[in-house]
Design a protein around this ligand. Sequence first.
Ligand SMILES: Nc1ncnc2c1ncn2[C@@H]1O[C@H](COP(=O)(O)OP(=O)(O)OP(=O)(O)O)[C@@H](O)[C@H]1O
Length: 267
Amino acid sequence: MIENTYEKIVSLKELSIHLGGKMVLNRISLDVYRGQIIGYIGPNGAGKSTTVKIMLGLMDAYQGDVEIFGKDIASGDHTYKRRIGYVPENAEIYDNLTAQEYLTFVGQLYGMEEREIENKARKLMAQFDMENVFHTRISSFSKGMRQKVLIISSLLHDPDLLFLDEPLNGLDANSVMIIKEILAQLAAQGKTIFYSSHIMDVVEKISNRIILLAEGEIVADGSFSELQKKNTEGTLEEIFNQLTGFNEHKEIAGEFVRIVNGGKRDG
Ligand SMILES: Nc1ncnc2c1ncn2[C@@H]1O[C@H](COP(=O)(O)OP(=O)(O)OP(=O)(O)O)[C@@H](O)[C@H]1O
């Protein structure tokens, strides 16, 4: 575990939520400190997005306490949201807007001045070689270009806490290197990052603390080397499989292919 001497940015105490008659989060307790990059991982349906949505103030039917920047988010004071950036996994990006219009819209939601937004957004777009499409409609953008606009929109207001859900979706190898470096530099400045992804080798490299959620409970919490010590030595992918009790990929794949082949045994 990373030292506890830092400022506490997120504190979850006994956080539970029932959705559709199911216990989606089961008494999660967690303290996250300034400057940490948390790799927030878990199988599909484990409850990762639900935790993030609660912290963003988008779901309030939970039990337990959620403190962000030292304040209970249920207090009714929503100013903490201005210090948060968010890259959702399946963003509804407004296709009919140009990048400039979209970024202006998002910047204004964060209370920024139009001139500052315009200036900053243009410069950030230029860093991704996208200055020439600043006034082009997003509907014509490739997947990776959209993702870059989303990343810019999450950082325009220089947030202190960043939630990223599969942020590298659709990005080429060069862009991935840039984003990883941006995240490392932001964390070194004291920004706190929640990084949710299923790409285990990236999580392994990028995070200084990994939290593994399974069926709504935290089943591992520590640096990658700490997790390696507690489990059979190996990659994060292997630790993930081990902790989630998964060892039947060959059987499932074999059966899948057999069905694809029309039920025949050997091709
Ligand atoms: N509004 C809802 N009503 C009912 N069930 C919900 C609702 N939102 C989420 N769930 C259920 O909660 C569980 C956790 O969902 P969640 O989206 O948090 O998982 P996740 O860990 O982010 O998964 P993934 O890796 O697939 O993105 C799932 O079983 C999902 O069906």
